[in-house]
Design a protein around this ligand. Sequence first.
Ligand code: MF3
Ligand code: CO
Ligand code: CO
Length: 284
Amino acid sequence: MNKKTDNWIIPEGATPTELDKKMLHAQSMGYLVPSRDLIKTSEQIEGIRRSGVVNTGVLDLVEHEIHEGMSTLDIDKLVYKYTKDHGAIPASLGYEGFPASCCTSINEVVCHGIPSADEILEEGDIINVDCTTILDGYYADASRMFIIGKTTKKKEKLVRVAKECLEIGMKAVRPFGFVNDIGRAIEPWAVKNGFSVVRDLAGHGVGLDFHEEPDVDHFAQRKRGMMLVPGMVFTIEPMINMGTHEVFEDEDDGWTIVTEDELPSAQWEHTFLLTEQGLEILTH
Ligand code: MF3
Ligand code: CO
Ligand code: CO
């Protein structure tokens, strides 16, 4: 059964636009439509775009500087300084108690790894660096994988396929399509390559806040999920595992997400704007 909701509400006194009419109709047909305030104004879009420019600068810097022998805390310091120097704030710092300016997730760590002076990058490591930037109140969120020196063929393939999964997810998005088109496109590609898709963590709406609606799952489901409407801004960030899709949270730090079988995991993330024409990447 389709979920009945009243997400799309026209403010009192406002003249309904063409989009309003379309959404009210979709809603009356039983589709799960976004709430009206998930559609960003052009001013908000410009703000998120500017935040995306700083975010990309941060990750470009990390890409330039990352090397064997440095600690993940060294990466964190680069992220903090660059972000501050560009008038922005690292969103993760102090977010629900998270203690650092980015997440650094090595090998079997899926995401939310905490940078540390004791954690030294070694030849063969694969690492995800995830940065979220706040500029003038606007959020942009992206992550990349880095291979330290030379690694195994299998880990190289994991990093490559994870990136392809992001690209395949992007291509599945169309205006007035549905959020779960993304996972339905991604999962078969991961599985075909002998890998699995993490289910416990999702992409998300972003822009005015760190995590907004909707959740963007990366695995295939029967239900369609929320309609994707031009003006929405959200991430796609598939986490692809070499072995089982199952993950657990480190009990000691309450953050680090690790694969159940301790086999490696890889992830790439961008923040996107959906337009009438399709997806636009705001973080590159
Ligand atoms: N940047 C992550 C994401 O893609 C969230 C990290 S939350 C933190 O959604 F607190 F761990 F930084
Ligand atoms: Co994100
Ligand atoms: Co992120």
